[in-house]
Structures are given as structure tokens and as C-alpha cells.
Ligand binder design. Structure first.
Ligand code: M6R
Length: 365
């Protein structure tokens, strides 16, 4: 049931504080330690694992991109990430020291399942991050982490993505703690910040008029670029996919540093660019990129952390997200992008919950 919302997508966007809260709190004991009951990887197992593959499709793949950042940063294990339909047809180097992580909302995506089977056949241990309990991906995995987002009906994934992100952070932090890579202070800081995320999402959701106004002013644009650096690139991919799948506007996401290697040729008067600038150490670089595209006439909507005011001097409009650790910004910065896509699709009269040509679960090749 839509519970008063016009579309499931908006209902599900609004369910994110609860989804993120549930995914997190069901994994913490009274002392605040992470307890992952579906994951049996021991310290000895982890010491053997010398490589991780994260494999998924669509939005789940975008969650995987953030997972790569988190695992490499916290647990210091090299991570490769691949799209399931690519992974399964090449000959990736996998052995019994490889951990394969499948990410899937439905747990029924055929390419993801086939990639998982291929990795298993080659001896990898299989961990899955899945939403649907008892789905094929979960049944065929050695270790399962459920995202507890609740049923997601809209074809465009929203709460499944943010809960996949929390799951990724928890898996990464758990690995880091098990390997002894984090100090108590570091661990506590990350956990406190994670626990504060649901309230911060609520804050964004309580103040969406500006995003709606921006969408109403831009819904006629037929080409959009999403740019970012560092972990913001992953969010740019997700924001871009969200826009194209429900509004049918052509959009593309690229790492901002790549602009000058080709894509900037397409930047012209009034070209809409959504620029993510949430990473402290990359903030100045993003300001320069924004200036470069503005100099060519682009209209820039930036997403930045509260308090970073200089960006107002270079961007046309700024959407602020509450402050948090740089590593965790994707769970917040994606929210305005979901809302922006939603209102653009509504303004264009699109069938938001059931976009043309798309199925909720892709069980064919
Ligand atoms: O069920 P899965 O997470 O395996 O699905 C993967 C993709 O098909 C899915 O994320 C798709 O990209 C969504 N429509 C994106 O909103």
C-alpha cells in the first residue's frame, strides 16, 4: 500500500531513515559491537583472504563501488568490482583465497546469480548482501547479510541502495575490527556517525521544497551530466541512473577529473551539470571543475556538506547535506538526487513506479 503517497518510489524514499536504522541496529549488541550472525568469517579466514570481488548489476553495483572504498580503507584488503554480466563471461582470477561479494536487492538477478556460481565453482567463498530473505542468491551463499529494507516495489531502487551502503560499511568495519586494523577510538567514531545517519536523512527529507523547485525548473533538459571525485563518483553514477530510468532524460556520470579528457567538449550553454562536492580533500579540485564548466555556460547544481559556503560563489545552486565523515557521505548525498529525479519524472508525466522497458527483477539474460 502507498500509505498516502502518490507513488511507491516516494514512499520508499521516505522509508530510508527506518531502513537504515533497522539494518544498523539489528547488527549491534548492547555494547555497540557489530554482530553479524549470518556471516561466519573468522579471523583466520580473513587472514587467508587476499582479494575480494564485489559483483552486482545496476544500483547494487553502485553500492558495490562504495563498498570497495570502504573495505580498502577500513580493512586494507584489495577489492575488485565488476558488473555481473561482464564478470561471468571473462576469466577472472579466483581461487580459495578469494572472497566474492554479491550485492542484490531481489537476490534473483540472473547475471548476478550466474557470476556467483562461476566464482563458487572456482573455489571462492561467497558472501551476499541481499534484501529478499530466502532468495536464490542468499540460498547459494556461504555467508548472508540481509539489508532489512522491507519490500521495495518501485522499479527505481532507493531504500535498497541506502541499506546496501550501510551493510557495506558494517561488513568493512567488521573485517577491520576482526583484523585489528582499527583503534577503539576510530571504531567508536565510525559507529557514532553511522548511528546519526537516520536523523540526518530525516533532516533532508523534511526540507525538499528547494529540490522540487530545482526539478520543476529543469525538467525540460534533455542531457545531464553528474560529476564528482572519490566516493562521490559512485553517487554520481547512482544519481544519473535514477534520473534516466524514471524520466527518460539522457544522463551520464563521470569522474570530474576526466572531463578534460573528452566530455567537456559537450559542455555548452545551459547544459545541466550536477556536481557532487562532499569530500574535504577533493573540495578545491571540485570547485575548479565547477568553474571550468561554468566558464562554458553550464548550469551547475552542486551537492555539498553544510558549512562549505565557498561553493555558492561558483555553482548556480547548492543543495546542502548535513555534515558527516567523508567516507559516509554517499548515504546522505544520494537522497537529494533521488528526490530530484522523482520530481523531474513527475513533472514530465512519466510512470514513476513502472518505467517503460524495465522490470523490478531482471531474471532473463
Ligand atoms: O535486484 P538487484 O539488486 O540484483 O537488481 C539490480 C538492478 O537490476 C537494479 O538495481 C536496477 O538497476 C534498478 N532498477 C535501479 O534503480
Amino acid at each position: 500500500e502507498k500509505e498516502g503517497y502518490t507513488h511507491f518510489m516516494m514512499k520508499e524514499i521516505n522509508e530510508q531513515p527506518k531502513g537504515v536504522h533497522d539494518t544498523l541496529h539489528r547488527r549491534l549488541d548492547k555494547e555497540g559491537n557489530i554482530v553479524l550472525d549470518g556471516i561466519k568469517i573468522t579471523k583466520e579466514d580473513l587472514e587467508k583472504i587476499n582479494k575480494i570481488y564485489i559483483v552486482a548489476c545496476g544500483t547494487a553495483y553502485h553500492a558495490g563501488l562504495v563498498g570497495k572504498y570502504a573495505i580498502e580503507k577500513f580493512a586494507k584488503i584489495p577489492v575488485e568490482i565488476d558488473i555481473a554480466s561482464e564478470f561471468r563471461y571473462r576469466d577472472p582470477f579466483i581461487d580459495e583465497n578469494t572472497l566474492f561479494i554479491a550485492v542484490s536487492q531481489s537476490g534473483e538477478t540472473l547475471d548476478t546469480l550466474a557470476a556467483l556460481r562461476e566464482a563458487k565453482r572456482k573455489g571462492a567463498r561467497i558472501l551476499s548482501i541481499v534484501n529478499v530473505v530466502g532468495s536464490s542468491v542468499s540460498r547459494e551463499s556461504d555467508d548472508v547479510f540481509y539489508t532489512w529494507a522491507g519490500p521495495e516495489i518501485a522499479v527505481a531502487s532507493t531504500k535498497a541502495y541506502t541499506t546496501q551502503l550501510v551493510s557495506m560499511y558494517l561488513v568493512a568495519l567488521h573485517m577491520a575490527v576482526t583484523k585489528g586494523m582499527l583503534t577503539d577510538v576510530q571504531y567508536k567514531t565510525y559507529m557514532e556517525e553511522l548511528k546519526a545517519i537516520p536523523e540526518k536523512i530525516k533532516k533532508i527529507l523534511g526540507n525538499t521544497e528547494k529540490i522540487q523547485q530545482l526539478a520543476d525548473a529543469q525538467f525540460n533538459n534533455e542531457n545531464v551530466f553528474y560529476i564528482g571525485r572519490g566516493v562521490d563518483v559512485a553517487v554520481a553514477y547512482e544519481g544519473s541512473l535514477k534520473l534516466k530510468e524514471i524520466s527518460y532524460i539522457h544522463s551520464e556520470a563521470i569522474a570530474a577529473g576526466e572531463l578534460k579528457h573528452g566530455t567537456i567538449a559537450l559542455v555548452e550553454q545551459d547544459r545541466l551539470i550536477v556536481a557532487l562536492a562532499t569530500q574535504d580533500k577533493l573540495y578545491d579540485k571540485m570547485l575548479s571543475n565547477i568553474q571550468e564548466v561554468r566558464a562554458r555556460g553550464a548550469y551547475v547544481i552542486a551537492v555539498a556538506k553544510e558549512g562549505n559556503k565557498e561553493i555558492e560563489k561558483v555553482a548556480d545552486k547548492v543543495i546542502y547535506i548535513p555534515d558527516t565523515l567523508d567516507e559516509l557521505t554517499p548515504i546522505l548525498s544520494v537522497i537529494p538526487l533521488q528526490i530530484f529525479s522523482y520530481y523531474i519524472a513527475v513533472a514530465r508525466g512519466c510512470d514513476v513506479d513502472k518505467p517503460k522497458n524495465l522490470a523490478k527483477s531482471v531474471t532473463v539474460e
